[in-house]
Design a protein around this ligand. Structure first.
Ligand code: PLP
Length: 443
């Protein structure tokens, strides 16, 4: 199919030549023939050959309101003409309005620290947690408990918190003080339990880690409400409340990474709201602006913030970044959140998930489908060689399926590929604005 975005073959060859020569692609050694995306509208993107694809992963789990939203572009242009840059050493109107709006979404009282990326937001959370304990009479609390298979970002601390060996190889040593425990992975329970015998041993593992490390040395637990990039691992509904109680028992902060699960993806404004817990710190990025502009935020409970009010010269949070909370990005975020609210996209996300659940049910009988896991409108299909042995589907089988989807115009993701042999979870996370036709197309 060729559309208005197709370019002259000679121009395309020239672009590809420059790409091969100058562009260092993310997450691949070398991509001889990358897909070059030229435009997007709604849930669909178009490459420079004019081929249209349904963007089944919303880019990298981020374009929650879909592509081509003119009102976001206009909000950005308008803000650029008013003032394109102001620091948050002082303040500016879009940051003030956005911080207040995020408090509505969070249903609690939080101070908002703005940065650029999800990795930044998590780094900020770690520094705030350590400094908080310092200023609260417990300076030895500095470690963080995280889970295997979790992804929390690419910088030294956030990668230290990440529980995926393949991402860390050759970059260690990373930020110190990160301990990992087994994830709540019910399909392959690390504790050999079943639904019937489960007594939340995965939550107990967090308590054990705190005790064994020494509660006086542990500053926080970091987790996603549902491990997304590590393979869509949806925990038992009692898991997050149990972790909250454990954190309270040992004066350990609960840091919830909502970089993917936030902004409607889970069928609620934030993922943790599905489990009725109140985090001490919430980190967010991606859907905050639907990736129309880079922005992230670390929301810190009002109680924690109190200990940063000036007592001595080093009591305040001594952290600054040039671009964090850029006025244009904040204005983009406000326009994005306005669309999500106006169009009811949080509820729409839940509906998309319900459609997946109901209409993909027959796939459960397919010999290569181990389990289908859905959280809001995010879905993981764990592919196996057969349902009895549960041997993860081979790389060839998964690759074949991904290419088959692409040839039919659907872009899907592949996750869980960071432990050798486990490249077997097909992921889908379409825009929350996906229409019935889009959902039918995916199904
Ligand atoms: N946290 C989670 C759960 C993520 O999935 C990601 C990125 O995919 C990050 C943090 C890091 O975000 P960024 O890529 O914006 O640094």
């Amino acid at each position: 199919m060729r559309a208005q975005d197709d370019v002259d073959p000679l121009v395309k060859e020239e672009l590809l030549e420059k790409d091969r020569k100058y562009v260092w692609h993310h997450m691949s050694a070398h991509n001889e023939n990358p897909m070059i995306i030229a435009s997007g509208e709604g849930s669909w993107v178009t490459d420079i050959d004019g081929n249209r694809y349904l963007d089944g992963m919303s880019g990298l789990w981020c374009v929650n309101v879909g592509h081509g939203r003119r009102e976001i572009a206009e909000a950005a242009a308008d803000q650029m003409m008013k003032i394109a840059y102001a620091t948050l050493v002082q303040s500016h109107i879009p940051a003030i309005e956005l911080a207040a709006k995020l408090n509505e979404w969070l249903e609690g009282e939080y101070r908002i620290f703005f940065s650029n990326s999800g990795s930044d937001a998590n780094e900020v959370a770690f520094k705030i947690a350590r400094q908080y304990h310092h200023q609260n009479g417990k300076p030895s609390k500095h470690k963080f408990i995280s889970r295997h298979r979790a992804y929390h970002g690419n910088s030294m601390g956030a990668l230290g918190a990440t529980g995926q060996a393949q991402r860390k190889l050759k970059y260690e040593p990373l930020g110190v003080g990160f301990q990992h425990v087994p994830p709540p992975y019910c399909y392959r329970c690390p504790f050999g339990q079943t639904k019937e015998t489960c007594s939340l041993q995965c939550a107990q593992a967090i308590e054990n880690a705190i005790v064994w490390e020494g509660a006086d040395s542990v500053a926080g637990v970091i987790l996603e409400p549902v491990i997304t990039g590590g393979g869509m691992l949806v925990p038992h509904e009692g898991y997050l409340p149990a972790v909250r109680s454990i954190c309270d028992k040992y004066d350990v902060l609960l840091i919830v990474d909502e970089v993917i699960c936030g902004f409607g993806r889970s069928g609620k404004p934030f993922g943790h709201q599905n489990y009725g817990v109140r985090p001490d710190i919430v980190t967010m990025a991606k859907g905050l602006t639907s990736a129309y502009s880079p922005l992230s935020a670390t929301a810190v409970s009002a109680e924690l913030y109190d200990s940063f009010k000036e007592k001595e010269a080093t009591s305040h949070f001594r952290h600054v970044n040039t671009f964090g909370g850029n006025p244009v990005s904040c204005k983009v975020a406000l326009a994005n959140l306005d669309i999500i609210e106006r169009e009811g996209l949080v509820e729409r996300s839940a509906e998309i998930g319900q459609a997946f659940r109901a209409r993909l049910e027959p796939l459960n009988a397919h010999p290569h489908v181990g389990e289908i896991r859905i959280f809001g409108s995010a879905m993981g299909i764990e592919l196996v060689e057969d349902q009895i042995s549960k041997i993860p589907a081979s790389v060839e089988r998964v690759t074949h399926l991904i290419l088959a989807c692409k040839s039919k115009g659907l872009l899907v993701g592949k996750n869980g590929d960071t432990v050798p042999g486990y490249a077997n979870i097909l992921t889908l996370s379409p825009p929350l604005s996906s229409t019935e036709d889009d959902v039918n197309f995916i199904i």
